[in-house]
Write a protein that binds this ligand. Structure first.
Ligand SMILES: Nc1ncnc2c1ncn2[C@@H]1O[C@H](COP(=O)(O)OP(=O)(O)OP(=O)(O)O)[C@@H](O)[C@H]1O
Ligand SMILES: [Mg+2]
Length: 381
């Protein structure tokens, strides 16, 4: 940066030359202060004490070389341009100095010394431009890095959600395809049974077939649930009423297990548009999971609240919690920790249904302390 007054450090051991140079600067009345040093050591001393805007140095000094100063300039905080002055015959060395980073060199003569203030101003201006350009380039680079990272992240998210959507579509179409032959099997099983003699010995095997067919039917139904109704019009839903309905469905299980089921519903919660049956299913699945995972006498809390953009439903329990490494899997299809009892579709379906509403489910859990499932649903249309 060119300040109002520029500090020029002149490093020159030849007093005759330094006198001439200083006189040239004085006669110009330029806004420059010259500081004279006769060797590298004194120059270093000066540099450690004050900001230098330009260093003019003889190529060869009693205790070193003019190019030595370039190393100081490399340090960003000390950055300053270096102008080499040299005697006739040292041009090759001067060019070398430029390769190392000196801004320019001049060969000492009465004319060039006379012209030194003008050259100095030019060198400082060029330097200033270089620094500015460097800064702009760095800023640009950091913006580019930021953008690249952003694009990379968004791409990952897109791929992830596209993959989920594709899995969902595949699951739904498979469920649809499986459903038809399954209906056939169920119907014909009934017909077969009618033709079996009353004392048929293999009735146990028959029942196993029937139970398994029913199990498949259940899976298929849940898969289809994600997409069913979504084509219909949404309707206005009072979430608090919906929760009360679902709670009354599980009352029996709650009582049997001596669970304390608390409701903390925000009375002023606005209605939202959605598919009643789907949200019913979501809340039911979360409540059933909570019931399954609390001990006798456990506590489950269902609460609703709102913020500017969303309504929030929370299902909290003080049950066994979910191990940290399992949390990423619980929304996967067919992931279940319930050995035989669970199919592992509850949360997969919940996730699909909440996504149908452009919402999201967040889970926080601590092993041994309990879990909280938070559903965030956008308000409005
Ligand atoms: N409230 C909870 N506390 C502790 N673990 C939970 C809770 N909710 C879900 N989980 C874990 O997530 C797994 C997956 O849940 P999900 O509802 O998808 O399947 P499931 O309950 O095992 O079977 P399904 O719901 O199909 O009968 C559960 O097996 C359980 O390990
Ligand atoms: Mg479940």
């Amino acid at each position: 940066m060119i300040h109002n007054k520029n500090n020029i450090l002149l490093v020159e051991d030849n007093t005759e030359h330094s006198d001439l140079i200083q006189r040239a600067f004085k006669s110009r009345k330029d806004n420059m202060t010259q500081i004279l040093a006769e060797n590298v050591e004194t120059a270093r001393n000066v540099m450690s004490k004050m900001q230098i805007d330009l260093l003019i140095s003889d190529l060869i000094l009693p205790d070193g070389k003019g190019v030595d100063f370039l190393k100081f300039s490399e340090k960003e905080s000390k950055a300053f341009p270096v102008l080499i002055i040299t005697s006739q015959g040292d041009e090759v060395a001067a060019v070398e100095a430029m390769k190392l980073g000196a801004m320019d060199y001049i060969i000492k003569s009465p004319e060039t010394i006379e012209d030194l203030p003008r050259i100095s101003t030019r060198v400082m201006r060029d330097w200033d431009n270089i620094i500015r350009r460097k800064k702009a380039e760095e800023e640009l680079k950091s913006h580019q890095d930021f953008l690249e990272k952003l694009v990379e992240e968004r791409t990952k998210q897109l791929i992830q959600s596209e993959r989920l959507a594709a899995t969902g579509r595949l699951a739904a179409s498979m469920a649809h395809e499986i459903n038809n032959p399954l209906q056939g099997i169920t119907t014909h099983l009934e017909i077969i049974k009618r033709f079996l003699p009353e004392n048929f010995k293999k009735i146990k095997n028959y029942n196993i077939v029937k139970e398994n067919v029913e199990k498949i039917g259940n899976i298929v139904k849940q898969m289809l649930d994600i997409y069913r109704n979504s084509s219909r019009e949404k309707s206005s839903i009072n979430i608090n009423n919906l929760i009360s309905k679902v709670v009354s469905l599980v009352e029996n299980q709650v009582r049997i297990n001596a669970i304390d089921l608390k409701e903390n519903l925000d009375e002023s919660l606005p209605d939202i548009l959605g598919w009643q049956q789907q949200l019913h299913q979501v809340i039911l699945n979360l409540l059933l999971n909570a019931i399954d995972n609390v001990e006798q006498g456990g506590v489950i809390k269902v609460s609703t609240s709102e913020n500017d953009k969303s309504i929030i439903i929370k299902v909290e329990d003080n049950g066994k919690g979910i191990p940290h490494e399992d949390i990423v899997h619980i929304f996967d299809a067919f992931y279940s920790e319930k050995k035989d009892a669970g199919v592992g579709l509850g949360l997969f379906v919940c996730n699909g249904l909440v996504r149908n509403h452009n919402g999201e489910i967040i889970v926080t859990s601590e092993e041994g302390k309990g879990s909280t499932f938070t559903i965030i649903l956008p308000k409005g249309k």
